[in-house]
Design a protein around this ligand. Structure first.
Ligand SMILES: [Zn+2]
Length: 87
């Protein structure tokens, strides 16, 4: 793995792929914070919802945070299937 540098302060104290948890939820579930894409947003049921867990990369020096998802291609697939389905 290559050494990562903070884009803000150039520190190498980078902590990649940290889990982001909702505190209240995590008392009951080991749940990730997620981004959501509905491929059929106008449907009442079966919206074709795709969830993708958020991961944070945090600088241990200045606190810079960048977010990414585990599986961007799956999310993009759901997003690109998005239709204005009016039925
Ligand atoms: Zn930094």
């Amino acid at each position: 793995m290559t050494t990562m540098k903070c884009p803000r302060c150039s520190s190498e104290k980078i902590m990649p792929n940290l889990q982001i948890r909702d505190r209240a939820e995590s008392l009951l579930f080991d749940e990730d914070l997620e981004v959501v894409v509905d491929s059929k947003p106008s449907a009442v049921f079966f919206k074709g919802t795709h969830y993708e867990a958020l991961r944070a990369t945090v600088c241990g020096e200045c606190g810079y945070v960048s977010l990414s998802v585990k599986n961007p291609k799956a999310l993009w697939n759901a997003y690109s299937q998005k239709k204005d389905d009016k039925d």
